[in-house]
Write a protein that binds this ligand. Sequence first.
Ligand code: NIG
Ligand code: FE
Length: 429
Amino acid sequence: MIIPEKQSVDLLLIHAGTLLTLDKGPSGPLCGSETEDLGEILDAAVAIQGETVVAVGSTSVMQSRFSATRVLDVHGRLVLPGWIDCHTHPVFSGTRENEFAMRVAGSSYEDIARAGGGIRSSVRTLRLTETEDLLDLLLQRLDQFLLMGTTTVEAKSGYGLSTHDEVRSLEVIHQADQIHPIDLIPTFMGAHEFPDEFRSDRDRYIDLIIQEMIPIVAERNLARFCDVFCENEVFSVEESRRILLAAKDAGMLLKIHAEELASTGGARLAIELECTSADHLVQIPEDDIAQMARSSVVAVLLPGTTFHLGKKKYAPAQIMYEAGLPIALATDFNPGSSMTQSLPMITTLACLQLGLSPHAALAGITRNAACALDLNRSHGRIAPGYQADLVVVNAPSSDYLPYHYASNRVHTVIKRGQIVVSEGVRRTP
Ligand code: NIG
Ligand code: FE
């Protein structure tokens, strides 16, 4: 009898009690009931060579096919693709717990912003912070993300709001991306607010964004996406269109903060401009949901923001689900409206407040989040050819993740084939 030679790989993860590949169905994001089949394999194994997944299957079959330099037995734990946080504002210095206390006492987010707090207060602080301190803060935050299972983070600028400070913020994101295992996807968000010095001349600030900031950001390749806060009292639909079109012409992909606090037409603008995603969508009109479902725009829902702002109305996720609109989920991590880095907590809110199933929520922080970042061919699945980003969770089944809330159940994190967290502790490979 001829025993076929085993293929040797760097790492063989074995005995995942449940593993979700997220590699089923059509090629794009998972919509509606497609999110119920996440490609579950029981007693699963994954073969990894370098930074890439080579094969995935049952442990017994995989052990007969592969020999490995290192075997990692995960003893029946849950294994998922590394989590992708597709909407965050992580470059800031100074926190705003004073505003949290004010909101608890009855002030609204909008009142605080009108009075000069909110985003503008973070802008004042960031401008006074040295670049190396900004980098340090970001690196510490990235460690927290990693310990909580997040392996890819979209990172927006937007607390600089001058050419110098926006460029500085994006440079810090690039430096952190070089140093830290997490993949950072940079987004230019000079249109996050009107800074103090342009309050009485909004057009001049928009000109600055279009004529100075976008050309520099594009020329230096500092951002993959451009995002705008399209909202009453911030950027109107017309202003958002001008900015986003300039960014598109300069070669950036587009995102938009749309229909968060009021219904202003941001979702329709996202469809018109073929944005990669439209984010928030709490107040989206029902007609626009159907239209968006016929476009290629991914809905990024941020229930942590609604929760942290203490609002009662959440995005109409069930209508979106029924309409076949792809739903991704993110933390919106920022010092004002959503001070959390926990994607598992977001899945809990998605189940309880958005009415999504645990599986739809898990699709929202893996494959659909990859689609919201135009990373669908490399991230968000455990499949041959995909980047070897995996999270091993102290959980007996996939439903357990949203169920056991406010607890970090992450045991091991593998990023680009390297074990960067084990037994819940950060490791440097
Ligand atoms: O997504 N909406 C705008 N930006 C953030 C809030 C930023 C802040 O308050 O600092 C958001 O909710
Ligand atoms: Fe945001």
